[in-house]
Design a protein around this ligand. Structure first.
Ligand code: BGC
Length: 389
């Protein structure tokens, strides 16, 4: 079904939306107008009866990003390998019911607070706020019903060079224990340069804490292609935030030099993953926040991943101060993907751009406090290419 009018053909829809999207550049370059599109189709109903649609953003190269209104979950990213073959490079499920009942945050928008808040509580302006302890003693990814479980309002956008959609959600004052009504907008853009750009904005009516991110599990060889140990990862960080046994940062910004955390030169993810460094034992592998090297607050390179078999490359730039590198350690073969593949430990990895975990309880970390009158703005770009391009 097309987004604008279910009765018009996909071709017509592509012409209408594509003309707006590509505008003069299409005329100048001779690109077939209308190649970029936003399509919508029913995906199912939530257990409490809410209809959930699946949206497909397609760019003029034929690459696509699919997401659902439930949790803003990115269910597929189809990008070319070095021979031009499109494959889906993110883990997911076939059915909405699986996303509702057992999703380890595959593809989801995370809020209000990405990653952990220690002891499931924090104090702001002298008041202590109690959160849901949904991860041992800590609160993880916004609590028991975080933004990954909300049904977001979605509208297509046409004033971009690619295909885009805006997702909106208003989190009520007190939801999951957090103060303030938080109004959140996230824009997913698939550019004609094969970039997935994610722009976040949030405002509040009372001081609160916010840390928004996106939780795709990537396998650049293709979803279901096996382990990610051979992916060559570079992280632009001299330091990381070591954790305690419950994965809460100790507060130290430790040097990566001489540790399995040093990814400043590209290294296979699997090369040091079985290290008996106590930090690796706590997380059963990599589950750590990196302190990104940056010279200003603009977009800067956080990480690069290269997959040798397919030739695919993903470069992540962000305005955020940190990135959580999670090597899929808690996948345990119990979850099954859309084409029947079992997800085993380290079959996917996450690079979640973010503020540091437990910042509300760590005054030395960059602040996550948002006040009335301020607008949180954050951008992350995933650029997909290959070693042949
Ligand atoms: C966390 C992991 C967690 C995973 C999935 C990551 O962001 O750091 O500890 O297991 O999300 O829930």
């Amino acid at each position: 079904m097309t987004y604008i009018d279910p009765n018009i053909s996909r071709r017509w829809h592509r012409l209408v939306l594509g003309a707006a999207v590509l505008g003069i550049s299409a005329l100048l370059t001779g690109t077939s107008a209308g190649a970029a599109s936003v399509d919508k189709a029913p995906f199912g109903k939530t257990q409490d009866g809410k209809a959930v649609d699946l949206y497909t953003l397609t760019n003029d190269k034929g690459a696509s990003v699919k997401f659902i209104a439930y949790g803003g979950i990115i269910t597929a990213i189809n990008v070319p390998d070095r021979w031009g073959k499109l494959d889906n490079i993110v883990l997911g499920f076939k059915e909405l019911a699986d996303y509702e009942s057992k999703n380890p945050y595959f593809g989801a928008l995370i809020g209000r607070y990405g990653n952990r808040i220690g002891g499931a509580k924090f104090t702001l302006d002298g008041t202590q706020y109690q959160l849901a302890a949904n991860n041992g003693p800590n609160s993880l990814h916004g609590g028991s019903k975080g933004f990954d479980k909300a049904v977001w309002a979605v509208e297509p956008l046409t004033n971009v060079s690619g295909a885009a959609a805006r997702l909106s959600y208003t989190s009520k004052d007190g939801e999951e224990g957090y103060p303030g009504t938080l109004t959140v907008q996230v824009v997913y853009t698939l550019t004609n340069d094969n970039e997935l750009r994610i722009d976040y904005e949030a405002t509040t009516d009372k001081p609160t804490v916010v840390n928004l991110t996106s939780h795709s599990y990537f396998n650049l060889a293709g979803d279901g292609a096996g382990g990610i140990g051979d992916h060559i990862l570079t992280i632009n960080a001299d330091r990381y935030t070591p954790v305690d046994a419950t994965l809460i940062p100790t507060g130290e910004l430790a040097s990566v030099t001489g540790t399995p955390f040093d990814f400043r030169q590209g290294m296979p993810i699997g090369a040091r993953i079985r290290s008996n460094d106590p930090q690796m034992v706590y997380g059963r592998g990599y589950d750590h926040n990196y302190v990104l090297n940056r010279s200003d607050s603009g977009l800067s390179l956080a990480a690069r991943v290269y997959e040798p078999r397919s030739g695919r490359i993903m470069e992540i730039s962000t305005t955020e101060p940190g990135v959580q590198f999670y090597s899929g350690n808690f996948l345990d073969s119990t979850l099954v993907g859309p084409t029947g593949q079992q997800y085993r430990q380290t079959d996917g990895f996450c690079l979640e751009t973010q503020h540091f975990p437990d910042s509300p309880n760590k005054s030395s970390f960059p602040t996550t406090v948002l006040k009335p009158g301020e607008t949180l703005k954050s951008t992350t770009i995933h650029k997909f290419s290959t070693d042949a391009s």
